[in-house]
Write a protein that binds this ligand. Structure first.
Ligand SMILES: NC(=O)c1ccc[n+]([C@@H]2O[C@H](COP(=O)([O-])OP(=O)(O)OC[C@H]3O[C@@H](n4cnc5c(N)ncnc54)[C@H](O)[C@@H]3O)[C@@H](O)[C@H]2O)c1
Length: 272
């Protein structure tokens, strides 16, 4: 489990261990914007899992490098003799409005979320394929990526990319028995606690609400589910789907649609 030292990752790592999973607790231990690193975040979760009678080991590598991704997968293979589940959860924020965003803010967020998810997914899927085991990979997308959000051009682009990656990976890896799904969570964590909508909220949006969805997608309970996006916000669970309108045909003998005709029929063309 990546980014398992805080927030949603921590809650899910503890829940997976309670279910009997042996968990690699990966976390670089940086700040919310991804600067700095510390082993204490991952270590504390490993200690909590062990104190509750579970099995875990820490890993401090960054998901954003190929060596880091390989080391995270190796930690499971070397430490526990196999890898059945990968949960790509690590994340950072560098919010800025589009016109003020510099490339460093763009690159840092894309590197952790989109590149990190790709690298860990690829390393894990190769390990699962080589060992001939079935597997489950769960990525983390966001309402920001699926619908857009003010001030998050970098983050929403990365999270929308993770949606596309999830869909394609679920199609390509089906032949190896590897399922790939995504969760779009909403939870009060250090990533979101200063947003106005979280100010008056107590435990009703705690990360512990997200963990059961992760456990469901990780386990055989969801053996027929792949390519899905499960949205979880407190007590509410739903599924995101891309919808295409029913579409409208033009008589082919009358040539292609003209821009004026598209404008004239836009409402009918958009109708679902
Ligand atoms: N909290 C929400 O409402 C919400 C909403 C939508 C999506 N998400 C997503 O859920 C995931 C978890 O977020 P959270 O709210 O628990 O935030 P969080 O900041 O509490 O946890 C994220 C963890 O990822 C770790 N991390 C960051 N960069 C890393 C790297 N390069 N390698 C390894 N670990 C790294 C951090 O150290 C941190 O412990 C993120 O992907 C986030 O984008 C959260």
């Amino acid at each position: 489990m990546t980014g398992a030292g805080n927030g949603i990752g921590k809650a899910t790592a503890l829940a997976l261990a309670r279910e009997g999973a042996r968990v690699v607790v990966n976390d670089v231990g940086g700040t919310r914007d991804g600067s700095g690193e510390a082993s204490s975040a991952a270590d504390a979760v490993v200690e909590a899992i062990r104190a509750a009678g579970g099995e875990a080991r820490a890993n401090y590598d960054s998901v954003a490098t190929a060596e880091g991704a390989r080391a995270i997968v190796a930690a499971a293979l070397d430490g526990f003799g196999g890898l059945d589940v990968l949960i790509n959860n690590a994340g950072i924020l560098r919010d800025k409005t589009l016109l003020k965003m510099d490339q460093a803010q763009w690159d840092a967020v894309l590197a952790v979320h989109l590149t990190g998810t790709f690298l860990c997914l690829q390393a894990a899927a190769n390990a699962m394929k080589d060992r001939g085991t079935r597997g489950s990979i769960v990525n983390t997308t966001s309402v920001s990526g699926l619908l857009g959000n003010f001030g998050q051009a970098n983050y929403s682009a990365a999270k929308a990319g993770i949606y596309g990656l999830t869909r394609t990976a679920s199609i390509e890896l089906q032949r190896y028995g590897i399922r790939v799904n995504a969760v779009a969570p909403i939870a009060k964590t250090r990533m979101t606690e200063d947003l106005p909508m979280f100010q008056k909220i107590d435990d009703s949006l705690s990360p512990e609400h997200i963990a059961p969805a992760h456990v469901f997608l990780a386990s055989e309970l969801s053996k027929d589910v792949s390519g899905a996006v499960l949205a979880v916000a407190g007590a509410r669970i739903s599924v995101y789907k891309v919808v295409e309108s029913a579409g409208k045909y033009k008589d082919t003998e009358r040539g292609p649609w003209t821009p004026e005709e598209i404008a004239e029929h836009f409402e009918a063309i958009s109708k679902i």
